[in-house]
Design a protein around this ligand. Structure first.
Ligand code: ZN
Length: 472
């Protein structure tokens, strides 16, 4: 029995659950975003529990196909009616302000104000979560009932925020083991006041780090990464590109405090040791587990599992993002997460670590070729193509395979295809993720379930943008 398994058996779930709720409660009011003092404050609180190493990269630093954005720090934001009453106020709830809103101070009519207001007609009492990282604008989010009740008068709009050159911050904690082989646990730290989609993952990761730190004789080194979603993972990959040969297994921790069953999104290959370990660990705990094959959007697996890196990273959540009605709204608050759910999630992560430490989920030796190829940072086209040679058609190679290329800069977001914007964008992500020179567009259409015409249209747009080359 591994020492991790002993620690799992000894886990005091009540105490751990309470402690995770306390941490979530401490972090809940902090106005986080991609960058800024909210992220620093969050990492500062985490750093009181585990010794985080902080990293900052200045605005404008190139990272893979991206650059570090400007730093955003909101201070005050409100909409005031002619009687001087603040009808919407960032001080009441930090979801009221669209993330990355530019500063503004002006008087506007209701008609001028409306395009800057975001609400949810179907959930009229909730405040939605909106950001605009890469397109400069400003805006407020509010309950639809309030939106509908606004009289047609003149409003004073005030946003005091800085959006200027600064830095992007992330934190890491490396817990060394007997070997340099690493397990990565990655949580995003960029969501403001949202409990399940953010704080639950942070709380579980912090407590997993604390639990593992107390266990002697671990084989693996465990790296805990707390970084803003998307650009944070891209920056981490850019900075760690030459040391990924020690990367063995990765999990993305999020949505771990709701009452739903566990859900595992497999790594890009779907048959790596981490994929087997998750299934074995959850079965061992007697927990229900829903599994789903990889798809190239969601959390930071879209970066880790981009074809150039192709790291064995899965996503273990309870109810996945976008599949609960509280998701990305003010209803994802502290009452939506529960101590026992968090404790069960911590137990699941500990059980996975135990299975990895015991080495009982390793795939058959024949698959080692895939794994060592991934460690070089190069794709392994012959191994990857194997399961999917079903349909014919053109084949392409992704020319920007490390991380997701920035499509917005190339005018590819908003470029409408026949399936409407969303289907077209998803098709581009599939084509980029799967185009290794071996898989055909037919293979990609089959795997993604998207209409072949849309996949072809996406490939053509990507080729025109210089992101793909056709392979004979
Ligand atoms: Zn989210």
């Amino acid at each position: 029995m591994s020492t991790v398994r002993q620690a799992l058996a000894a886990l005091d779930r009540d105490a751990a659950g309470r402690s995770m709720m306390d941490l979530a409660g401490e972090l809940y009011p902090i106005p986080r975003s991609l960058t800024g003092d909210g992220v620093r404050a969050t990492l500062g609180r985490i750093g009181r529990r585990i010794p985080l190493e902080l990293h900052e990269l200045p605005t404008g630093t190139p990272v893979l196909d991206w650059t570090v954005p400007r730093e955003w720090n909101p201070r005050e934001a409100w909409i005031r009616d002619p009687a001087g009453r603040k009808v919407v106020d960032f001080a009441d709830h930090n979801l009221h302000l669209v993330g990355y809103s530019a500063p503004v101070h002006r008087r506007v009519t209701l008609d001028e104000l409306r395009p800057h207001l975001h609400s949810l007609p179907e959930q009229p009492d909730l405040i939605p979560y909106r950001t605009s990282y890469y397109e400069e604008t400003w805006g407020f989010c509010l309950p639809h009932r309030l939106f509908e009740s606004l009289p047609d008068v003149e409003y004073e709009v005030f946003i005091d925020a800085s959006l200027e050159d600064g830095a992007m911050t992330w934190g890491e904690y490396l817990l060394p083991g007997a070997t340099a082989e690493e397990v990565l646990i990655s949580s995003h730290v960029c969501h403001p006041r949202l409990a399940n989609d953010n704080l639950s993952g942070i709380a579980v990761a912090v407590h997993l780090a604390e639990a593992l730190a107390r266990i002697p004789g671990r084989r693996y080194s465990y790296r805990f990464l707390f970084a803003p979603g998307g650009i944070g993972a891209i920056a981490w990959l850019a900075r760690n590109r030459d040391r990924l040969e020690t990367f063995r297994h990765g999990l993305i921790a999020a949505n771990l405090g709701d009452g739903g069953a566990f859900h595992y999104k497999k790594s890009r290959h779907g048959d790596r040791e981490i994929d087997r370990a998750v299934a074995a660990a959850l079965a061992g705990l007697g927990e229900d587990l829903v599994t789903e094959d990889f798809f190239p959007f969601g959390y930071d697996e879209r970066q880790y599992c981009s074809p150039g890196f192709d790291l064995p990273v899965g996503v273990l959540t309870r109810t996945p993002w976008g599949r609960y009605s509280e998701y990305h709204t003010s209803a994802d608050d502290l009452s939506f997460i529960a101590a026992d759910a968090l404790a069960g999630s911590l137990a699941a992560y500990l059980a996975i670590a135990a299975v990895l430490e015991e080495g009982v989920a390793a795939p058959p030796a024949a698959e080692d070729g895939q794994r060592s190829a991934a460690h070089t940072g190069l794709d392994a086209p012959s191994a990857q193509a194997r399961p999917l040679r079903t349909a014919g058609g053109r084949r392409y190679r992704n020319l920007e395979p490390f991380g997701e290329p920035q499509l917005g800069r190339r005018g590819l977001y908003g470029g409408l295809g026949g399936a409407g914007r969303e289907g077209f964008e998803i098709a581009m992500l599939w084509v980029l993720n799967q185009s290794d020179g071996e898989r055909s567009l037919g293979d990609i259409a089959e795997r993604s379930g998207l209409p072949p015409g849309v996949v072809g249209e996406a490939a053509e747009a990507l080729r025109e943008a210089g992101l793909l080359e056709e392979v004979e």
